[in-house]
Design a protein around this ligand. Structure first.
Ligand code: NDP
Ligand code: PYC
Length: 351
C-alpha cells in the first residue's frame, strides 16, 4: 500500500520514444547486441509507460548487474525448431526470453491460424519482466493467448517449510470487440518479488499472509522476506493451496515441458550480482475463429459488460490501459533522479 503521507519526488514526463531509445542505448552499452537491446528496451519502456513499476526502469540495475556477472548471454542468438504443426521450441541459449520469443512469434501465429492452436516452448531463457507484453500483441491480432514463466525459488509451497517455487506468473489475453484486449497478468505468489523490493525500499509493511522470515515465522517486514525469508503462494490463509497448485502447474508447463530449469534447479552462486532466473517459458496461442468464428470477441465484450453490470467497476488490465493513454499523451512520468541516472547509464554527454 503506497505511503500517501510521504513527499513525492519531483517527476518529469519523458516522451515514450525517448525513454525506449535511452533504454536500448543502456542495454547495448552494457553488453547486449543491438537486436537484444531493442527487444528489452521495448519491453521495459512499455512496462514503465503502463505503470507496471515492478518491471519498469526499476529493473535496469538488476539487468546490468546480471550482464556484468556473466550469468546471462546478452548476445545469444536463439535457435528456433519447428517441431510439429502445432509446436515450436526455441533454445534461448542462455539469453533473454523476449528475443527468443521474437524469433518465433510469426511462426507461432501462422501455426495457430493454420491449426487452431499452437504452442511455443522456450528453454534456457531469462525472463526478468512483466508477462503481459508476451500475450497482449497476440490478442490484438485476434488470438487468445496464455503465457507462463517460472522464476527463482522464493515461494514456499503450501504447508511447506522452504522456498521451492518461483513467483511464477500467468498472463492471459483475449480479443474483445469494441475495445482493447482483455488481459490479466498475475504472479501466483502473494506478491511479485519486485513489489517486495519496492516495499523494502520505501519502508512499507507488506499485507498480512504474504511472507515469512528466515525462521519461517509470518512477517510483514519486506526486508525480512528478502533477507533469508520467503513469500507464500497467493490465496492467503484460507486459499494458499490454490495459489500453490497454480504455481506447481507453472513449474511443470514453463520448465518441465519446455526443457528449462525448475525455479529451484539452477545455481547462480558462482555469478555474484546475477538476478535473472535461468528457466523457461511456455506460450499457447489459440485461434478462436476455428471454434466460434467472429463471435468470440463479441462474447468477450458481452462478458465484460455483464461483469460491469454485476458491479465490477475495474476489469483486469484497465489500470494499465489508463496509464498507457496518459503516458502517451503527456509523457511517461519518471522521478527526475531516476531519469538522470538512466541518461548517465546511456552515456549521454550532457548529464
Ligand atoms: P497485480 O496483483 O498488480 O495485478 C494482477 C492482475 O490483476 C493485473 O492484470 C491487474 O490489472 C489486475 N488487477 C489488479 N487489481 C485489480 C482490481 N482491483 N480489480 C480487477 N483487476 C485487478 O500483479 P502481480 O503483482 O501479481 O504481478 C505484477 C507483475 O509482475 C506482472 O506483470 C507479472 O508478469 C510480473 N512478474 C514477473 C515474473 C517473472 O518471472 N518474469 C515473476 C512474477 C511476477 P492491471 O494490469 O490493470 O493493474
Ligand atoms: O517480480 O517476482 C518477480 C520477478 C521474478 C523475476 C522477475 N520478476
Amino acid at each position: 500500500m503506497p505511503d500517501t503521507t510521504a513527499p513525492m519526488p519531483p517527476t518529469e514526463r519523458i516522451p515514450f520514444e525517448q525513454l525506449r531509445a535511452t533504454l536500448a542505448r543502456i542495454f547495448e552499452r552494457h553488453g547486449t547486441s543491438a537486436e537484444v537491446a531493442a527487444v528489452l528496451a521495448d519491453n521495459c519502456a512499455a512496462a514503465e509507460r503502463d505503470g507496471a513499476h515492478s518491471h519498469g526502469v526499476f529493473r535496469i540495475p538488476g539487468y546490468l548487474s546480471t550482464l556484468a556477472s556473466g550469468w546471462v548471454d546478452g548476445r545469444a542468438v536463439p535457435q528456433v525448431q519447428d517441431l510439429a504443426p502445432g509446436a515450436i521450441a526455441v533454445d534461448a541459449r542462455n539469453g533473454f526470453a523476449q528475443p527468443a520469443y521474437a524469433a518465433a512469434r510469426e511462426l507461432l501465429i501462422a501455426k495457430a491460424r493454420a491449426n487452431g492452436i499452437a504452442l511455443l516452448a522456450i528453454r534456457d531463457s531469462h525472463h526478468f519482466a512483466a508477462l503481459w507484453p508476451d500475450v497482449e500483441p497476440l490478442a490484438e491480432q485476434g488470438l487468445v493467448a496464455l503465457a507462463l514463466v517460472n522464476s527463482m525459488a522464493c515461494v514456499v509451497p503450501h504447508g511447506g517449510q522452504q522456498a521451492l517455487f518461483g513467483t511464477n506468473p500467468i498472463a492471459f489475453a483475449a480479443p474483445c470487440a469494441d475495445g482493447p484486449p482483455l488481459v490479466f497478468d498475475l504472479a501466483t505468489s502473494s506478491m511479485a518479488h519486485g513489489d517486495v523490493q519496492l516495499a523494502a525500499r520505501a519502508g512499507r509493511l507488506l499485507p498480512e499472509h504474504c511472507g515469512v522470515d528466515a525462521g519461517g515465522q509470518p512477517t510483514r517486514d519486506a526486508r525480512a522476506v528478502l533477507d533469508g525469508g520467503a513469500l507464500l503462494p497467493f490465496g492467503g490463509a484460507a486459499g494458499g493451496h490454490k495459489g500453490s497448485a497454480l504455481s506447481m502447474m507453472v513449474e511443470l508447463l514453463a520448465a518441465a515441458l519446455t526443457g528449462g530449469n525448475f525455479s529451484f534447479g539452477f545455481d547462480w552462486s558462482g555469478h555474484p550480482g546475477a538476478q535473472t532466473p535461468r528457466t523457461g517459458e511456455l506460450i499457447i496461442a489459440i485461434d478462436p475463429g476455428k471454434t466460434s468464428g467472429q463471435a468470440f470477441a463479441q462474447r468477450c465484450s458481452a462478458l465484460v459488460q455483464a461483469m460491469a453490470d454485476a458491479g465490477q467497476t475495474r476489469r483486469p488490465g484497465q489500470q494499465r490501459q489508463h496509464q498507457r493513454a496518459d503516458s502517451l499523451a503527456h509523457g511517461v512520468p519518471l522521478a527526475r533522479d531516476a531519469w538522470r541516472e538512466l541518461q548517465r547509464l546511456a552515456g549521454h554527454a550532457d548529464n
